[in-house]
Write a protein that binds this ligand. Structure first.
Ligand SMILES: [Zn+2]
Length: 87
């Protein structure tokens, strides 16, 4: 197991994780590091590891969960919808 490189803070309002630069402790948003994995504040090269990848994927995972939820809601309506079709 690799040593953990990054520290995360949790956004108090939206509950999203925020990445802290290991060097200057500034909070790095996803758009800051999506294209260049450098800290925009201290220009430190951020090692690309599973922690960073995980962080970048967080919004996607939340979107999938939201989609999953709306699909479940759709499924609940399906029997009624089928009945209408038969008539
Ligand atoms: Zn930094």
């Amino acid at each position: 197991m690799d040593k953990l490189v990054y520290r995360f803070k949790r956004h108090s309002n939206i509950g999203m994780r925020l990445l802290e630069c290991p060097e200057c402790k500034e909070i790095l948003e996803r758009q800051d590091i999506e294209d260049f994995t450098n800290c925009p504040y201290c220009l430190k090269d951020l090692p690309y590891n599973y922690e960073l990848e995980d962080y970048l994927l967080d919004p996607l995972v939340e979107m999938w969960q939201a989609q999953e939820q709306s699909r479940d809601e759709l499924m609940d309506e399906t029997p009624e919808f089928t009945a209408n079709l038969v008539i």
